[in-house]
Ligand binder design. Structure first.
Ligand SMILES: Cc1cc2nc3c(=O)[nH]c(=O)nc-3n(C[C@H](O)[C@H](O)[C@H](O)COP(=O)(O)O)c2cc1C
Length: 210
């Protein structure tokens, strides 16, 4: 699947077929996480793989009784230990730990979708319950629970904010009124820059020949 197509067509799925996830696909999902960007390449992310049914049911309970979660044959609990990032970056280390693991989670969601599987980022959970059931230390952040499996539902695109709503030009709050008009202007601007660059190269080559 093309990368952009994968990003745009990924949806949160909450109903799964009773078919296990192949080992090769799971490896690809973990490798996608492994290759996420991260602050200082510290790679402070950890993943708990949960496959047996009673444990998946415990996850569902801990996730505020979202019982659909246990229908997924595989659940990954994504965690991040901020202790190393904090040593390198002081206070910012905590934020970086969350950001790193979040980037890894998005990579995983895309690898899931790219391989014909489906998932849903779940962060509605009772932390203490997850810690207790899966031995997660108090010092470690729980970033997301990812139920993964073959989809048993087709999910429509949920309402999305417009690009005009989420895009500012040069300064926070400076909205684009018409994104299509802006893109037209931007395209022309890029063409001008390219033309100028080509002219400079031509001049340079001509000078070299003199
Ligand atoms: C931080 C975060 C927490 C979320 N928690 C839950 C959750 O607890 N339960 C759930 O069903 N979906 C959860 N979602 C999924 C969102 O509801 C979903 O991504 C959003 O509605 C957009 O839909 P889409 O993923 O299909 O584009 C969460 C997503 C994020 C990023």
């Amino acid at each position: 699947m093309e990368t952009l197509e994968c990003i745009k067509s990924r949806r949160s799925v909450r109903k799964f077929l009773d078919i296990p996830v192949e080992a090769e696909k799971l490896s690809n999902i973990l490798e996608a996480a492994q290759n996420a960007p991260c602050a200082g390449n510290l790679q402070e992310w950890k993943f708990i793989l949960v496959t047996d049914k009673p444990a998946r049911q415990k996850v569902a309970e801990a996730c505020l009784e979202q019982y659909w979660i246990s229908s997924a044959p595989l659940v990954i609990i994504a965690c991040s230990d901020p202790s190393k990032p904090k040593k390198f970056y002081d206070e910012a280390g905590e934020r970086f730990a969350i950001m790193d693991a979040s980037a890894a989670v998005e990579n995983m969601l895309l690898a899931v979708h790219d391989q014909g599987l489906a998932s849903c980022w779940v962060s509605g959970f009772e932390e203490e319950m997850l810690r207790r059931e899966f031995n997660i230390p108090d010092s470690v952040f729980i970033i997301a629970v990812l139920p993964i499996g073959y989809p048993d539902e087709k999910v429509p695109v949920p309402p999305k904010l417009t690009l005009e709503n989420i895009t500012f030009i040069s300064s926070y709050g400076n909205r684009v009124k018409d994104i299509a008009a802006y893109m037209e202007w931007y395209g022309e601007h890029v063409q001008k820059v390219i033309k100028k660059g080509k002219e400079l190269v031509k001049k340079f080559v001509k000078k070299l020949g003199e």
